[in-house]
Design a protein around this ligand. Structure first.
Ligand SMILES: N[C@@H](CCC(=O)N[C@@H](CS)C(=O)NCC(=O)O)C(=O)O
Length: 205
């Protein structure tokens, strides 16, 4: 088995789906979490090709760009789907999650209080409800217990990752979405995911 070393910050962020894949596959890895100060000191001379984290070292070879790392590990560990349609569904969910996270981050880090309030209102009253309806429809169309095919893939993990943030803000946010609500619980009750969530460092993001 290769040696894996993940370097990221002490947050879920762009590192957590990578960590879920290690947890699901029972693969040992080093989970190095840098503080902003440590990263600021190391950034100039670091191994990160784009000067950003996460990076994943696989037997010393540096991989970068979080979604590329996720795709690589999903393929290595058997969570990348089987058919072209599975791959389509996985990247559909990934794209939808990326849109959502971009909006959540923009609202959260908005410095102007009035603009921030507007962004948050737009998110909670329009964007998130519309997003959930669309994602529920995609899930229901699949007709199985997972987004792509009949087993857990990284598409489900992208959804789960996003839903953790949504539920952090509003615990019952999935209540009117039976497919997504069930999927969230199914993943949360996966023994490997459950174990990781219980033992992982508790972080805001
Ligand atoms: N497209 C990149 C974006 C990576 C990125 O924005 N990383 C941020 C943390 S989430 C970072 O390294 N920030 C510190 C810096 O740019 O020095 C990816 O998905 O990996």
């Amino acid at each position: 088995m290769p040696s894996y070393k993940l370097t990221y910050f002490n947050s879920r962020g762009r590192g957590e789906i990578i960590r879920y894949l290690f947890a699901l596959s029972d693969t040992p890895y080093e989970d190095l979490r840098l503080s902003s100060e440590e990263w600021a000191k190391q950034k100039a001379g670091s191994k990160a090709p784009f000067g950003q984290l996460p990076i994943l070292e696989v037997d010393g070879k540096v991989l970068c760009q979080s979604n590329a790392i996720v795709a690589y590990l999903a393929k290595e560990f058997g969570f990348a789907g089987k058919t072209s349609n599975d791959v389509y569904k996985i990247y559909l969910v990934e794209g939808a999650v990326s849109d959502l996270i971009t909006k959540l981050v923009a609202a959260h880090f908005e410095a102007d209080e009035a603009i921030k309030a507007d962004k948050q209102k737009e998110l909670t009253e329009k964007f998130i409800p519309t997003w959930l309806v669309a994602v529920e429809k995609v899930f229901q169309e699949g007709g199985t217990s997972y987004f792509a095919g009949d087993s857990l893939t990284v598409g489900d993990l992208y959804f789960f990752f996003a839903a953790e943030y949504l539920k952090g803000a509003k615990e019952d946010v999935l209540q009117s979405f039976p497919g997504l609500n069930g999927l969230f619980d199914r993943i949360a009750n996966n023994p490997k995911i459950k174990e990781w969530r219980e033992k992982r460092p508790k972080t805001e993001f």
